[in-house]
Design a protein around this ligand. Structure first.
Ligand SMILES: Nc1ncnc2c1ncn2[C@@H]1O[C@H](COP(=O)(O)OP(=O)(O)OP(=O)(O)O)[C@@H](O)[C@H]1O
Ligand SMILES: [Mg+2]
Length: 254
């Protein structure tokens, strides 16, 4: 499904010869790869390998030095007017390690805020849609609760519902379960799994290798700013080609 050279017309996200530095440090090195529509990609690799930097370039939380990136057929790099940047950000569903809910808004208000403010949805339409999404993440009964009244796993599921409310063509996850107590990891992964089953295009930076093995269509292994390996999960977990990938997997197992 994925064409690592990035010449695939059906790509949802395409990185073309992307380079990024933080000062002297070369954080992304000639990234040339794409994610197909409907594909579930897991990005893994050691700390500092550039996973967060890579996915944050898609909605321009990080700027790149050279190359280009397209999202759903549109170039997102180069000069963008403020309005276009805001529109891009509203179309890329992004879920972070920290839940980032608005503490002074109820669960329901967190989910309806952007559809009303940015998309101009009528309040009752936005509310119906938000309730359906909260139901989908198993939190319809928490619509009136405030973030501080929710567990970490519940907050992260609200964050996913909030992103989905903008009907994003793709969802990007940056270690969505790493700040959670172990007993809450499963409920968040279950929501992500159901999104994947519905055909959502997803990039998931995660250390949850069980999820990767079960749900991913493809795995990218990154080290030192490069994608060293791009493989289907079966191949990656049973016969990784790159020595660094082999070491990474054996470290995880120990
Ligand atoms: N704002 C910044 N300024 C300078 N260096 C940075 C900045 N952000 C990241 N880096 C460096 O760039 C490299 C890649 O960082 P990045 O956060 O993308 O790694 P990561 O793979 O997501 O790591 P982790 O698994 O720890 O989240 C690291 O060496 C990091 O120290
Ligand atoms: Mg990171």
């Amino acid at each position: 499904m994925t064409d690592p050279k990035g010449s695939d017309a059906s790509a949802m996200i395409r990185f073309s010869r992307v380079n990024k530095h933080y000062g002297e440090y070369h954080a992304l090195v000639d990234i040339d790869a794409s994610v197909a529509k409907g594909e579930v990609l897991v990005v893994c690799g050691p700390s500092g390998s550039g996973k967060s930097t890579l996915i944050r370039t898609v909605n321009r939380l990080e700027e790149i030095d050279s190359g280009s990136i397209s999202f759903d057929g549109q170039e997102v790099t180069g000069r963008l007017r403020r309005a276009d940047l805001n529109r891009l950000r509203s179309r890329v569903g992004f879920v972070f390690q920290s839940f980032n809910l608005f503490p002074h808004l109820s669960t329901l208000e967190n989910v309806t805020l952007s559809p009303i403010r940015i998309n101009g949805l009528a309040r009752d339409v936005a509310k119906d849609k938000a309730m359906a999404l909260l139901d989908r993440v198993g939190l319809a009964d928490k619509a009136g609760a405030y973030p501080a009244q929710l567990s970490g796993g519940q907050q992260q599921r609200v964050a996913i519902a909030r992103a989905l409310a903008m009907e994003p063509p793709a969802m990007l996850f940056d270690e969505p379960t790493s700040a959670l107590d172990p007993e809450m990891v499963g409920e968040v992964l279950a929501v992500m799994k159901s999104l994947a089953a519905d055909g959502m295009t997803m990039i998931c930076v995660t250390h949850e290798m069980g999820f990767a093995r079960e749900v991913a269509d493809r795995i990218w292994f990154m080290d030192a700013g490069r994608i060293l390996e791009s493989a289907d999960p079966e191949t990656f977990f049973t016969d990784p080609q790159h020595p660094r990938a082999r070491r990474f997997l054996s470290d995880l197992r120990h």
